[in-house]
Design a protein around this ligand. Structure first.
Ligand code: GLN
Length: 534
């Protein structure tokens, strides 16, 4: 009988404040452990009461990342996938809502008969089960706890990892606490007090951090390590100073250089394997090379208060550009401000445009106008989900169907070229009801899309409710566009392209979720190549 291998756990928590790069730190730890040849998995625990990130406001929370199996998750999962070259899944995102839902359903099902159902042990056990299940079969499993230690809502997660660490034993668990060192301009000094308090907070909950990652805006003096060590009780070798990086992709290299890989390996008794970071170094070098030429891309955006909303689009553009030896400069263009009159001026400074996904009718007319302009003026274009839908609407309007629209944008339109399919009707208002995750697409031969993908069958991730209306399919060529990809049963339009255009490709899916620095996504690669050649 084979004995189950003991998974090693890396728990990543944060103190002082959120938004200091805990997700990048977790992803980077994954990167340097994976580069040592281990089988590494990673998971994000979020204390929100939501079941998933699908109904969170992207303006507040940033992008909703989608896994291949259709989980709607926090954007940190995108970092994890790009840094670690992994495909995460439903189990990789554990939100409070999901945990509580399970506990309450179990209570109703009588699984706790006779017992008082409590946060400890029932909720904390359910969290541990969710973590253990996700970890199964891996050498190392990294768990990032969202939010800041001490937040009321994250207490059950902290307690769960404390217990889990205890039950797997000290050789099998390591606690990494990410803290922040503010710089006081008036006295020109870096303060450690908030970090000290953050460690004390963690200890008061029963966890002694093994490693401290101290984030700061600029390089902190080495003396800080001594001070932090003295007050936190963490070994000096286990404290890493992590100033802002020129590119986030540099963080794994910095952590490795500063000894984090070694400290984790020692603590978890992983032996002293050397990491292979050769390819990663090349990526970072290209990402940092500011001497190369730039291409300029306009992103027709809607949530301009928070550019994290378009994080994967930004990263996909960057990866495609770096891999071809260029840099990309992005202009965020506010869709709502676009009119027929000003669009020429708005796009005068960019080489190509991207119309990303979006929901609701705000800004949609501006996006349609941008698609129209790109069709007319042969401006390279990528449409991502809503970006395909507005392209179809634009093409239809340009050929004279002036009221063409999607039923999302105008429920009463007489020419619904984009609408909801029968099986989606009635599901409009609830979470988790969209077409989510991987779906196959058969690329039509002799299309530009076929040249770009160099593949007949491709799979991309989806997150949408509306579809191209099949009633209008035979009009496409008159409108100047053609179907470039269909679902395997031929029923759904998956991709379109413009006829007689240097580069106008649009997908009903989100190809941006399938891009990483090592492997730029073909559509983005082709788009950037066109811009460079022009
Ligand atoms: N709102 C559109 C739909 O639901 C597009 C979604 C998206 O861009 N992800 O189909």
């Amino acid at each position: 009988m084979s004995t189950k291998r003991q998974v090693k756990y890396v728990f990543v928590t944060g103190g002082v404040l959120s938004g200091i790069g805990k997700g990048i730190t977790a992803a980077s730890i994954g990167n340097i452990l994976k580069s040592r040849g281990f089988k590494v998995n990673i998971q994000k625990c979020d204390p929100y009461l939501n079941i998933d990130a699908g109904t969170l406001n992207p303006g507040e929370h940033g992008e909703c990342f989608v896994t291949y199996d259709g989980a709607e998750t926090d954007l940190d999962l995108g970092h994890y996938e790009r840094f670690m070259e992994v495909q995460l899944n439903q189990s990789s995102s554990l939100m409070s809502g999901k945990v509580l839902n399970k506990v309450i359903a179990d209570e109703r099902a009588g699984k706790y008969l006779g017992k008082t159902v409590q946060i400890i042990p029932h909720v904390t056990n359910a969290i541990q089960t969710g973590i253990r299940q996700s970890a199964e079969g891996f050498d190392v499993h990294i768990v990032e706890i969202g939010g800041t230690v001490g937040d009321y809502e994250s207490l059950s997660f902290i307690e769960a990892i404390r217990e889990l660490g205890l039950s797997v034993g000290t050789e099998n668990s390591v606690f990494v606490h990410v803290v922040y060192l503010p710089f006081l301009g008036a006295s020109r000094e870096l303060k450690t007090k908030p970090a000290q308090n953050a460690v004390r907070e963690l200890r008061s909950l029963g966890i002694m951090p093994d490693i401290l990652v101290a984030r700061s805006e600029s390089e902190a003096p080495d003396g800080i390590i001594k001070k932090l060590s003295m007050f936190s009780g963490v070994n000096r070798e286990s404290i890493v100073l992590l100033p802002n990086a020129e590119t986030i992709y540099e963080v794994p290299l910095t952590l490795e250089e500063r000894g984090i890989g070694r400290v984790i390996s020692n603590k978890l008794k992983l032996g002293n394997k050397k990491p292979n970071l050769k390819e990663w170094r090349k990526i970072v070098k290209r990402a940092k090379d500011k001497t190369v030429a730039h291409i300029k891309v306009g992103v027709i955006a809607k949530y301009l208060n928070n550019q994290d909303t378009y994080l994967s689009v930004f990263e996909a553009l960057s990866s495609a550009t770096w891999s071809q030896g260029y840099q990309v400069e992005i202009s965020w263009i506010e869709a709502e401000k676009i009119t027929d009159e000003n669009i020429g001026d708005m796009l005068s400074n960019v080489d190509g445009i991207v119309v990303p996904g979006g929901f609701g009718s705000r800004g949609v007319e501006g996006k349609i106008t941008a698609a129209k302009y790109a069709l007319e003026h042969k401006i390279p274009y990528i449409g991502l989900c809503l970006g395909l839908q507005v392209a179809v609407i634009a093409a239809a309007r340009m050929s004279g169907i002036s009221d063409a629209n999607s039923t999302e944008n105008d429920p009463t339109t007489l020419n619904p070229v984009v609408h909801t399919m029968e099986d989606q009707k009635g599901k409009e208002a609830t979470g988790g009801t969209m077409r989510l995750g991987n779906y196959e697409c058969i690329i039509q031969p002799k299309t530009q899309t076929a040249k770009v993908y160099k593949n007949k069958k491709v799979t991309e991730r989806h997150r949408h409710r509306y579809e191209c209306n099949n009633k209008y399919r035979d009009k496409y060529e008159q409108w100047g566009i053609r179907i470039a990809g269909l679902s395997p049963d031929g029923n759904l339009v998956e991709m379109i392209e413009a006829i007689d255009h240097p580069f106008f490709l649009a997908a009903q899916s989100h190809p941006e979720f399938n891009s990483s620095p090592n492997k730029p996504q073909p559509m983005f690669y082709g788009f950037v190549k066109t811009l460079i050649n022009r």
